[in-house]
Write a protein that binds this ligand. Structure first.
Ligand code: GDP
Length: 314
C-alpha cells in the first residue's frame, strides 16, 4: 500500500513514543494519521474501543498507548499497571482483528525478559525465567500483548507483531518527581538543584545498575522500518547497544544541566534489575541503526525540558 493511501491509527499519540511516531510519520509524508484524545476514547473501555475501530476501520495501527512509569510508580501501583495495560492490549488487538485491520505493531518493553536472562538479551529469552519484581505487573501485561499479536497472526493470518524497546528518553517525557523514569526524574532534579544553588543531588539506589538508553526518535525510526517489512519477526528488540551505570548517567545529566555540586546515592531506594542490555541484532539486520548518541540526546532533552518546564515555575 502506498504511504498516501493508508490510514494509520497511532494509539497513544500524546505520549512520548506516540508523539514521536506522529512526527516521524508526518515527516515521511503519511497523510492519513488517525489520532484520538483520551478524553474522547478510553482504550480500557472494550466497547468504546471496538466501536471506534469498527467506525474508523484503519488500515494499520501502532499501539503506543500504555500506563507507564518508573521504578517507584511500578512498585506502588502494580494493580493499575497490570489491569490497564492488559485492557488496552486486549481491547485494541482484538478490536483491530474484528475491524479487519491487516497490520498492527505493538510496543512492549525490555522488562518482559527474565531478570537473570543472559546478556545481551535475545528475543528467545522470553519466558525462560522469573521477572524483575519491581516491574512484574507491567511486564506481564506487555507479554500478554506480544502473545496476543503472535497468536492472532498464527491463527488468523493477520500481520500483528511487536517491538521491544530498551529504556527510552526524549522530548515529551513525564517529569513527575517520584513516578517518572530515571532520565526525566534526574533532569528535573539536577535542573532544580542548579537553579536553587544546591550543593548536592541524591540519586536513587546504589548507582551501579547498568541501563541501555535509546532516544525516542531512533525508536520511531525503528517502528517505521518495521511496518514496511513484509514478514516481520513476531517480536524484535530495539536498543542502542551502549550501556551506562546510573552513576555515569547522573554525571552526564549534571554536565548537561550545568550542575557542579556533589552527587550522592540513596541505597535505601530500589535498584531494580542489575542489567538489561538488549541484543538488537535482528533489528539491525533490517537496516536500522540508532543515530542519536546519549550525550547529544541528553543535551537536547535537557534543553527541551528547560524550555517547556522552567518558565512555569517562576
Ligand atoms: P527501570 O529501568 O525499570 O529500573 O526504570 P527506572 O528508569 O525507573 O530506573 C532505572 C534505574 O535508575 C534504577 O536503578 C533506579 O533506582 C535508578 N534511579 C536513580 N535515580 C532515579 C530517579 O530519580 N528516578 C528513577 N525513576 N530512577 C532512578
Amino acid at each position: 500500500m502506498t504511504p498516501a493511501s493508508r490510514k494509520i491509527y497511532v494509539a497513544g499519540h500524546r505520549g512520548m513514543v506516540g508523539s514521536a511516531l506522529v512526527r516521524a510519520l508526518t515527516a515521511k509524508g503519511e497523510r492519513d494519521i488517525l489520532a484520538i484524545d483520551r478524553s474522547a476514547l478510553d482504550l480500557t473501555d472494550q466497547k468504546a474501543t471496538r466501536d471506534f475501530l469498527m467506525t474508523e476501520k484503519p488500515d494499520e495501527i501502532i499501539v503506543a498507548a500504555a500506563r507507564v512509569g518508573g521504578i517507584e510508580a511500578n512498585r506502588s501501583f502494580p494493580a493499575e499497571f497490570l489491569h490497564e495495560n492488559l485492557a488496552i492490549a486486549s481491547n485494541v488487538i482484538h478490536g483491530a482483528f474484528e475491524a479487519g485491520v491487516k497490520r498492527l505493531l505493538f510496543l512492549g518493553s525490555s522488562c518482559i525478559y527474565p531478570r537473570e536472562a543472559p546478556q545481551p538479551i535475545s528475543e528467545d529469552a522470553l519466558l525462560t525465567g522469573p521477572l524483575e519484581p519491581t516491574n512484574e505487573a507491567y511486564a506481564i501485561a506487555k507479554i500478554a500483548g506480544l502473545k496476543l499479536c503472535q497468536f492472532y497472526r498464527r491463527q488468523h493470518g493477520v500481520c500483528f507483531h511487536s517491538v521491544m524497546p530498551t529504556n527510552l528518553y526524549g522530548p515529551g517525557d513525564n517529569y513527575h518527581p517520584e513516578r517518572s523514569h530515571v532520565i526525566p526524574g534526574l533532569i528535573r532534579r539536577f535542573h532544580e538543584a542548579k537553579q536553587r544553588g544546591d550543593s548536592e543531588v541524591v540519586i536513587w539506589g546504589t548507582g551501579t545498575p547498568l541501563r541501555e538508553f535509546l532516544h525516542v526518535e531512533d525508536l520511531a525510526a525503528a517502528c517505521l522500518r518495521l511496518i514496511e517489512v513484509e514478514n516481520p519477526p513476531d517480536w524484535v528488540n530495539a536498543g542502542s547497544g551502549g550501556e551506562v551505570t546510573i552513576s555515569e548517567l547522573a554525571a552526564l545529566i549534571a554536565e548537561a544541566t550545568g550542575f557542579e555540586g556533589e552527587i550522592r546515592t540513596d541505597p535505601s531506594k530500589p535498584d531494580g534489575t542489575p542489567r538489561k542490555a538488549l541484543d538488537s541484532g535482528k533489528m539491525r539486520a533490517l537496516d536500522w541503526t540508532p543515530k542519536i548518541g546519549l550525550r547529544d540526546g541528553l543535551a537536547e532533552t535537557c534543553a527541551a525540558y528547560a524550555r517547556e518546564h522552567a518558565a512555569d515555575r517562576h
